[in-house]
Design a protein around this ligand. Structure first.
Ligand code: NAD
Length: 386
């Protein structure tokens, strides 16, 4: 079976689906691995390193996309030459990548129409057995780390407490809102830099994890269920949102840095930091809104922008994992390797739909869309005439 990695074409995307070390493992297991020339360059993995790992360098995207199994980071998209990457895939082949099936269901239709079997890395179930395939977690962890570094470099203060001949410096106060995978890594990173850290999440179960990282958990008693199936947060009522905002306002006001990561799968991110709260913050304070690409947790934030409002720096970063391409690619590559090994039997991809990981992750197969939520989204788009 031929496995190929294609060069990412999205602007700013520097990750690569497989790093040379992983390619070496696949080659040892008997796979032929093709690497599109330059695919690893932006992550500092040279063609030479892939050749040494046993890969074959192919010079054109057409060749890379004609493999039996194509591995990517970003969903297939329109190329500058007017061709869509999805149309370069061979009918009957398999694609494993981030596909954003709930945000872009039309791509799933396009892949199904081309008879491509597509597995979406966003859909890996959050179960212990699939932890090493969980690319949302690995990449969120990278993003949480980088968000704190961005905040620290924009912050006009030290993070740690310092006792110097020139006086004692008080530690910075960092408030992390949303303590999922990214939030917990942000807490750990801010603590390592010596800040005093507080954190809030509507899922009370994270309290112990927050405390075990040395941060204080801000408690807000909400009189409704905040956790949905799979352990994710639920969208809460307007009353609960107002109660949350009232409870966190004081903590936002006193913080030097606020990192927001709150998300509800399939929904716009909740607004948690309002204009009023920003107006109350100290001049020089910094907010890094990691949910900016999903609408933002912070009123008026724009993805990809950095602005100063009332002396507060508001940063809405995009695609943070791509800014740390070496380790982000290494982790993603491991996620892909584990998934591929899970799917391969006797050297061939074998989809067992009785298996939860395969069933949940596979979004198109045999010319059909297999995911009911993607179906529903496409049907509702037809109903409203989109
Ligand atoms: P996410 O990116 O969807 O959301 C980030 C955080 O925002 C979550 O902690 C969520 O509770 C929080 N949030 C949502 N609305 C909020 C609000 N109004 N106010 C404050 N916080 C709000 O989440 P994620 O990081 O991808 O992970 C979420 C869940 O998945 C967790 O239960 C985590 O333990 C679980 N998980 C399990 C596995 C596994 O078992 N393999 C792996 C990763 C994550």
């Amino acid at each position: 079976m031929r496995i190929a990695i294609a060069k990412e074409i999205e602007v700013g995307e520097r990750r690569v689906a497989l790093i040379p070390d992983t390619v070496g493992r696949l080659v040892k297991q008997g796979f032929e691995v093709w690497v599109e020339s330059g695919a690893g360059e932006a992550a500092y993995f040279s063609n030479e390193a892939y050749i040494q790992a046993g890969a074959i360098i192919v010079s054109t995207p057409e060749t890379a996309f004609s493999a039996d199994l194509v591995l990517k980071v970003k969903p297939p998209q329109l190329r500058e030459d007017g061709r869509h990457e999805a149309d370069l895939l061979k009918p009957g082949s398999t694609l494993i990548s981030f596909l954003d099936p709930l945000g872009n269901p039309k791509l799933c239709q396009q892949l199904a129409d081309r008879n491509v079997t597509a597995l979406s890395m966003e859909m890996i179930p959050r179960i212990s057995r699939a932890q090493s395939m969980d690319a949302l977690s690995s990449q969120a962890s990278v993003a949480g780390y980088k968000a704190v570094l961005i905040a620290a470099s924009a912050c006009p203060k030290f993070f740690p407490m310092l006792t110097t001949a020139a006086g004692t410096i008080a530690p910075a106060k960092v408030f992390v809102i949303g303590a999922g995978v990214a939030g917990l890594q942000a807490i750990a990173t801010a603590r390592r830099l010596g800040a005093v850290v507080e954190a809030f999440d509507i899922r009370p179960a994270v309290k112990e994890e927050v405390q075990s990282l040395g941060a204080r958990f801000v408690e807000v008693a909400l009189e409704e269920e905040t956790v949905a199936a799979g352990g994710y947060a639920k969208e809460v009522s307007d009353t609960a949102k107002q109660k949350t905002q009232a409870a966190i306002a004081e903590h936002v006001k006193l913080s030097d840095v606020v990192i927001t990561t709150a998300q509800v799968p399939g929904k716009k991110a909740p607004i948690l930091v309002t204009e009023d709260m920003i107006a109350q913050m100290k001049p020089g304070a910094v907010i890094v809104d990691m949910a900016a690409e999903q609408g933002g947790n912070c009123a008026g934030i724009e993805a990809g922008s950095q602005i100063v409002r009332n002396g507060v720096t508001l940063i809405g970063p995009v695609n943070l994992p791509a800014t740390m391409p070496v380790h982000a690619s290494q982790m993603y590559s491991k996620n892909l390797l584990t998934l591929v090994q899970h799917l391969v039997k006797d050297g061939q991809l074998t989809l067992d739909f009785e298996d939860e990981i395969t069933r949940e992750t596979c979004v198109t197969h045999g010319g059909e869309i297999r995911n009911q939520r993607v179906h529903a989204l496409l049907e509702s788009a037809v109903t409203v005439g989109l």
